[in-house]
Design a protein around this ligand. Structure first.
Ligand code: SF4
Length: 260
């Protein structure tokens, strides 16, 4: 039930080398990979602090998990098998690392792969995610489709909505077409951007978010709006390093799909 749901947003690295433009962590640069025990410790600390069991885990704190894959997979295996957190309740979020999805598929895990797209065309994506240059969007989609075929697991696509940057109706149609072109089960999480200090981006209006969602639905794409209840913002991968450090906890961020 909802009352017992506790989602921990955890980190895989100290800092992050990917430098996504909207991300506080990316601006701070990269220090090091976390060890498996350091990843697990984050969950234990949250449980201890809140006196409750963590039911869901999202690797959306600091870092790019697929750049620290062996440690992340070792940690998720422990969280699943030893701590009893359902693999399907563990989400590993990536902005895209060449050749890494195939490696992740080889671990035969049931956890969810979430790909941070944030744009539906290569040009638009490069403007938001500098690392996109090294990993073209069609190659990401090839690998996502292959991941689905290898694992049978639906792939999530994360899309942070930035006002005036990637939230037009035309861009929604492009996103729908990008996914519809693929032979795979997919789900889209829309994350309305929450401005923070020094942010160069703006939050999209509620209406524009619903219109974007409706276009995806009309193309029969499974889609949710990710709500960040009780927190100002913390949904996107590494979006708020400072917020994360103050409060590494997300309460019920999952698919709170409000139909317009
Ligand atoms: S959004 Fe994620 S992948 Fe991008 S710089 Fe931030 S922590 Fe790294």
């Amino acid at each position: 039930g909802k009352a017992s749901r506790l989602t921990a947003c955890i980190s895989s690295q100290v800092g992050c080398p990917m430098r996504c433009t909207f991300c506080a962590t990316g601006k701070g640069g990269f220090a090091r990979n976390l060890m498996p025990y350091e990843i697990i410790d984050q969950v234990l600390h949250i449980q201890e602090h809140f006196g409750a069991r963590v039911s869901n885990i999202v690797f959306m704190g600091m870092g790019e998990p697929l750049l620290n894959l062996p440690s992340v997979m070792q940690a998720q295996d422990f969280l699943n098998k030893t701590m009893g957190i359902g693999a399907r309740h563990i989400t590993i979020s990536t902005v895209g690392v060449p050749n890494a999805m195939g490696k992740m598929a080889q671990y035969n895990t049931q956890c969810t792969l979430a790909i941070s797209l944030h744009a539906a065309t290569q040009a638009a994506r490069e403007a938001i995610v500098p690392s996109a240059k090294a990993y073209p969007i069609q190659a990401i989609m090839d690998d996502a489709e292959q991941y689905f075929k290898s694992t049978g697991r639906r792939v999530s696509f994360e899309y942070t909505l930035l006002e005036g940057v990637n939230n037009s109706l035309e861009q929604a149609a492009e996103l729908a077409a990008l996914i519809r072109a693929r032979d795979m089960a997919a789900h889209v999480n829309l994350i309305p951007w929450n401005p923070v200090d020094e942010s160069e981006f703006q939050r999209p209006s509620r209406n524009s978010v619903f219109r974007f969602k409706k276009i995806l639905e009309e193309k029969h794409i499974s889609v949710s709006i990710r709500a960040t209840r009780g927190l100002d913002a913390a949904a996107a991968c590494g979006q708020l390093r400072n917020m994360y450090q103050k409060n590494p906890l997300l309460e019920d961020i999952s698919n709170v799909a409000t139909v317009a």
